[in-house]
Design a protein around this ligand. Structure first.
Ligand code: NCD
Length: 322
């Protein structure tokens, strides 16, 4: 007798902000808000994803993204497995495709991928049956970071639309900036990219934002979003600023340059004294720790949403948080 298989449910991925509608963003952020209550409970684990498996495949350094994805999966009772390139068979020359196929053989429901090559998460989505989440592919996309940034902004300012964000620093090499500009546009907000012409070249205006090489442009912004110099994405011997000292003098975010009422975000890791003055990093205007906390609930919401919401719906997903 031939075996009759039920058709596989459609897989959903989060590879780019372009995968999302405004309703998707609002649903994910509302789900994250619903989950936030679980963080302050004595028993923090929810049974929602019991029996599901989430694999983290990280080919680049990570502190916040990996820690929060791991914890998010655990808090939802999923089984988790994390593989970093160093110490795995990647060291022995195994390709991303073969590593993904090997991990897919264990039947994971979700694979979270970070990789220095643009399109890496897309490749994993192509060769496996898992739902795939892009945790950063080269300088291309980092959609979960943009979502946690929107969540942080919404918590701080009480709304998502009509907000103006100045993104300051090494935008050229930043997937965070690319995803954030796209996400801000999706929810009716705007961005200005600020930095030297070498790090904020004119063609970045094609992302749908304005550009300035003068730090005074941050005065109009509700949010100052600071980026570090991403040297790991610069070629050997390539320099984009005469010196870090000069960069800091022109573009470093100091207390004098932050207007009262503005909030300051940074995706981390911060290079204190280079792009951000420690006095700003430690001030009440800086929402860096809020971003880290948001990362946990937003990633819980993303895992929950991918695995339990069958198709995009306009209603917020209901999560039982008693
Ligand atoms: C960012 C990244 O890896 O793209 N960090 C993060 O995910 N929190 C930004 C950076 O490395 O500068």
């Amino acid at each position: 007798m031939s075996e009759v298989r039920a058709p596989a449910p459609p897989r959903r991925h989060l590879l780019s902000i372009a995968d999302l509608t405004r309703a998707d963003v609002e649903r994910l952020l509302d789900t994250a808000s619903g989950l936030a209550g679980s963080l302050d409970r004595e028993v923090k684990r929810l049974p929602t994803l019991r029996g599901r498996t989430v694999v983290h495949l990280f080919y680049e350094s990570s502190t916040r993204t990996l820690a929060s994805f791991e914890l998010a999966a655990k808090r939802l009772s999923a089984d988790t497995m994390s593989l970093r390139a160093a110490g795995s068979s990647v060291d022995k020359g195994e390709s991303l495709k073969d590593t993904a196929l090997t991990l897919a053989a264990y039947g994971p429901d979700v694979i979270v991928v970070r990789h220095p090559a643009i399109g890496a998460a897309q490749l994993v989505a192509h060769v496996t049956d898992a739902h795939v989440v892009n945790a950063g592919d080269g300088k291309h996309q980092h959609p979960t970071q943009a979502l946690l940034d929107l969540y942080t902004v919404r918590e701080a300012l009480g709304r998502l639309d009509g907000i103006h964000v100045a993104v300051v620093g090494d935008v050229l090499h930043s997937r965070v900036a690319r995803s954030l500009v796209q996400a801000l546009r999706l929810v009716g907000s705007s961005a200005t990219l600020v930095g030297p012409p070498t790090l904020v070249p004119p063609e970045l205006a094609a992302l749908g934002c304005s550009i300035s090489h003068d730090l005074r442009a941050i005065a109009d912004a509700d949010v100052v979003y600071v980026l570090r110099m991403q040297r790991e994405r610069m070629g050997p011997g390539e320099t984009f600023v005469p010196s870090l000292r000069e960069y800091s003098a022109l573009y470093g975010i100091t207390p004098e340059r932050v207007r009262p009422g503005q909030v300051v975000l940074h995706p981390g890791p911060m290079n204190r004294g280079v792009e951000i003055d420690p006095r700003v990093a430690d001030s009440s205007a800086a929402l860096v720790t809020d971003q880290v906390r948001a990362g946990l609930v937003v990633r819980m919401a993303i895992l929950y949403d991918l695995l339990t919401v069958p198709a995009p719906v306009s209603e917020p997903a209901r999560v039982e948080v008693a």
